[in-house]
Design a protein around this ligand. Structure first.
Ligand SMILES: [Zn+2]
Length: 234
């Protein structure tokens, strides 16, 4: 999980229909109407915009979201906890089914990290042996509680995910070993691989930056953040 600044404005259709869509959901919540929280058309508008927010990835686990079918609309404050925020643009994040499904409708009382408002990176430590996520040892009790809540709510410790983070961390370590003998003059495959690692759409930025920082390549980690957080063309 890394910072995903909300550079994109709310989609035009959301601005135009927010009151109507919110009213419809309110009617469903109190049992006056039946139906899903949003119409297919509304979901499609939101998904299109959200898919671009984290460069086509889940804002929590950083896994690539496939076709629109795999992208789910995550409500930071659950739509049953505060229905009035259901169509609030800043309350919406792109998530994969496992992360969104694990969180469900729980009221986390703002303990869940919110990647468009704050930088989640300092909250986490990646175990180099297995890719498991832990609260960063430098955190105070409040910080630890937020890191743990985020890990538990979105099940960021699921086995497959740890394996993928681990594999990415190993890959970066391997790249650094090979690059260290070339000095500043990266050529051929090494240059191509670096370009891929620093591409915003590449998965598991937390793992990539974690290894770069640990191995004294903080400048590359910083370059990666700048590329990822640069404004997206509207
Ligand atoms: Zn996810």
């Amino acid at each position: 999980m890394v910072r995903t600044p909300r550079h994109l404005p709310a989609p035009r259709e959301l601005v135009q229909s927010k009151a109507q869509w919110t009213h419809r959901w309110g009617e469903i919540c109190v049992g006056r109407k039946k139906g899903d929280w949003a119409t297919k058309g509304a979901k499609s508008v939101l998904k299109r915009a959200l898919l671009r927010l984290a460069h086509g990835k889940c804002a929590f686990c950083e896994g690539t979201l496939g076709s629109q079918g795999y992208l789910q609309i995550e409500h930071y404050v659950a739509k049953t906890v505060d229905p009035s925020l259901t169509f609030e643009w800043t309350n919406l994040l792109p998530a994969c089914a496992p992360c969104n499904g694990a969180k469900g409708h729980q009221d986390h009382r703002n303990l869940l990290l919110k990647s468009d408002d704050e930088d989640p990176e300092p909250y986490f430590w990646i175990n180099p042996d297995n890719g498991e996520l832990e609260p960063h040892p430098s955190l105070d009790d409040d910080g630890k509680a937020r890191a743990l809540t985020t890990i538990q709510l979105c099940k960021l410790q699921r086995g497959q995910l740890c394996e993928k983070r681990h594999r990415m961390a190993m890959h970066v370590g391997h790249w650094l070993n090979r690059a260290s003998v070339c000095g500043e003059n990266l050529t051929g495959d090494l240059a191509k691989e670096l370009d891929w690692l620093l591409r915003p759409a590449t998965e598991y930025k937390l793992a990539i930056r974690h290894v770069l920082e640990l191995r004294g390549a903080g400048k590359l980690a910083q370059e990666d953040r700048q590329r990822f957080e640069a404004p997206i063309a509207v």
